[in-house]
Design a protein around this ligand. Structure first.
Ligand code: TPP
Length: 649
């Protein structure tokens, strides 16, 4: 494999010649792939090509073992330059050129329009601009914690610099001294809408310098020697203050190498016609393989060898003995979460490298992460009011061998950062997103803080389990359960103090030997006259309502706690339908949460049953949770009323 050491003072003539030949072959691939596909992004692929080639020539990597532990990480944040990335990966032997050219942007092929990590050599799926620097920061933090010497590089566009998340990532990387990372910016001064200055003026160099990054500017990002010298400067810690990360800003030209494409914003996302592609290839002195490949593309793409990544997760997480909160104890779920997290940190973070890692955004006390911080300060990251960055960075580090908890309020950890969570999910992260202050249970902070869309949003993410513990005992057990498992988990809770839920004999329903089991509802009360299905804080109201209905009205409903919202317990729903009446209760938008899931399950299974869905039907007031629950009819009285009315017809 072609490799250049950053210890050498400058590039040899032979290396320059080789690099030029590589560049020509990659230019051919970029032109041919995009013209064959009839879509794609040739302009940025060409402007960043010298940067990519020099990166792959100098970083530590092993094409035969793309997930090699000792590799440097390269995140291509501007995922639209996939033709350039795949071209360079062909050059370095990660993939076969022919598979890429025949399969680019086709169903069944791994070579998607924006880079995906099923292609060997691609570290992180991107395409949603502005998230790559955060992902790189998460990886760099992981390497620091593990005391590894590998480095992280992030390639970004200059239009992309307009995203606010990048400022968040810059500050985070500086705060935590991530001098093992560097970014490279393809400064071609163009984006889709034209000049970057006209679209949104920005002083990229000043922005990085102001955040304490070392800035290296390259006058000509198409001069391999200049790119090499910039990387060398960073490598030798000569770029500035060695405690901080570095930014290499390279002046480049959109469409570089084809005279009639250069400096034209149009070629950001327009491809050459076949005749223009022929002209471009001719200008570069290259052969034209388009006709031959057209035939190859007439048949279905070969099933691509997709990279299956080894799961990197702590081999063994000690979960300890669950805590039981007895009948007399009243505490909030978030305190039970904090106590369980502290236990986990105590049990797992005494070695050189912590296993349990926590992130929050200026809400440490409210989300009860103080215990984790006190036990292992090195594993707790205060990220400031920078939720977008934190969502991505915590996702990225969760793929590097840590059990990662990100906690904030629901409106900030779900609603605010939905797209970051979506990209995490696409990247198969192992994040434990534990959100507090859900729903009307937030109370007087009012409607901006009352998150009522957590289920509806998270249901869209195929990989997220959704757990809503009913009380402190169940919270404790769910937190221990998720700690030892890879995958994405959401655990949601309100704000109020809750007494432990008691079973029909008066014992804590989720204390002692109870073990949480996803996809299994808890039948808290048995009854044949109706079934009340609830999750989260309203479970308490449902239990009280059932007791009232039995005592006062002689109606005996079953009560089911759906702590596992996803996976959903379809069997229990079918059984509950046997009562003829299901009432769902949730502190969530009434149309889009648990009730809608139950409705779907009933319809799909053809179960005839009356269904009443109680939930939030408007943005809430600034009032006590009790007042708010009463206003929406999701309190004890509201549930009693709903059951009696539905039974009366
Ligand atoms: C968050 C987000 N917003 C919008 C887009 C659509 N988009 C794709 S590329 C692009 C312009 C990027 O400009 P630049 O970073 O300069 O890349 P270049 O044009 O140089 O390839 C936009 C707006 C996106 N992918 N992500």
């Amino acid at each position: 494999m072609f490799r250049i050491s950053l210890d050498q003072a400058s590039l040899s003539e032979e290396q320059k010649r080789t690099l030029h030949e590589m560049w020509l072959r990659c230019m051919r691939r970029i032109i041919v792939s995009t013209t064959l596909a009839g879509s794609g992004h040739p302009g940025g692929s060409m402007s960043s090509l010298h940067l990519l080639l020099m990166l792959y020539s100098t970083i530590s990597h092993a094409p035969g073992d793309p997930c090699w532990d000792g590799r440097d990480r390269l995140v291509v944040s501007m995922g639209h330059v996939s033709p350039g990335v795949y071209s360079v990966l062909s050059e370095f032997g990660y993939i076969e050129e022919e598979d890429f050219l025949a399969g680019f942007r086709r169903a069944g092929s791994a070579f998607a329009g924006h880079v995906e990590s099923c292609v060997p050599g691609v570290e992180w799926n991107t395409g949603v601009l502005g998230q790559g620097l955060s992902a790189g920061a998460g990886m760099a933090l992981a390497l620091k914690l593990q005391e590894k010497r590998n480095r992280v590089f992030v390639l970004m566009g200059d239009g992309e610099q307009q995203k606010g998340q990048i400022s968040e990532a810059r500050r985070f990387a500086a705060k935590y001294g991530l001098n093992n990372m560097a970014c490279l910016i393809d400064r071609n001064h163009l984006q889709i809408g034209g000049s970057t200055n006209a679209v949104m003026p920005q002083d990229v160099r000043a922005d990085y310098a102001a955040a304490h990054w070392n800035v290296v500017y390259i006058e000509d990002g198409h001069d391999f020697e200049q790119v090499f010298q910039a990387l060398r400067k960073v490598y030798l810690c000569e770029a500035g203050d060695p405690r901080f990360p570095s930014a290499i800003i390279a002046r480049t030209v959109m469409g570089k190498g084809v005279s009639f494409m250069e400096n034209k914003a149009k070629y950001h996302g327009s491809v050459l016609s076949e005749s223009d592609a022929a002209k471009a290839l001719d200008e570069l002195g290259l052969d034209n393989p388009i006709a031959g490949f057209k035939q190859k593309r007439a048949v279905s793409p070969k099933a691509e060898k997709c990279l299956s990544r080894d799961l990197v997760y702590p081999a063994q997480i000690e979960t300890g003995e669950p805590r039981t909160y007895g009948p007399g104890v009243s505490t909030d779920n978030r305190s039970a979460y904090g106590a369980a997290l502290e236990d986990l940190a105590r049990l797992n973070n005494s070695g050189k490298v912590p296993k349990i890692v926590g992130f929050t955004c200026d809400l440490e006390g409210s989300v009860k992460m103080e215990g984790l911080r006190k036990v292992s300060d090195n594993a707790f990251f205060e990220c400031g009011i920078q939720e977008h960055h934190t969502a991505t960075a915590s996702g990225a580090i969760s793929r590097e061998g840590f059990a990662v908890f990100f906690s904030t309020f629901g409106v900030f950890g779900v609603t605010e950062v939905f797209n970051q969570m979506r990209l995490n999910d696409i990247n198969a992260t192992n994040l434990k997103l534990v959100c507090t202050h859900l729903g009307l249970d937030v109370g007087e902070d009012g409607q901006t803080h009352q998150c009522i869309d957590y289920i509806s949003l998270l249901r869209n993410l195929f990989g997220f389990s959704i757990f809503m513990p009913a009380d402190p005992n169940q919270t404790d057990r769910i937190v221990r359960y998720i700690a030892e498992r890879p995958g994405n988990f959401f655990v949601g809770m309100g704000r109020s103090k809750l007494a432990p839920i008691l079973d029909e004999s008066g014992n804590p329903a989720f204390g002692g030997d109870y073990r949480f089991s996803p996809g299994r509802a808890d039948w808290l009360r048995q009854g044949a006259d109706a079934a009340v299905i609830a999750c989260g804080a309203p479970v308490h109201e449902a239990v009280k309502a059932a007791d009232d209905l039995a005592k006062i009205h002689g109606v005996k409903p079953a009560v089911l706690n759906f702590a596992s919202v996803r996976p959903l317990d379809g069997e229990s729903i079918a059984r509950a339908a046997g009562t003829g009446l299901i009432v769902t209760v949730e502190d969530h938008h009434a149309d889009t949460g648990l009730g809608s899931m139950v409705a779907g399950a009933l319809a799909e299974n053809g179960r005839p049953c009356r269904l009443v869905r109680l939930g939030v039907k408007k943005y809430g007031f600034s009032a006590t949770p009790a007042e708010l629950y009463s206003a929406e009819g999701i309190d004890r009285e509201g549930i009693v009323r709903a059951v009696l009315q539905a039974r009366a017809g």
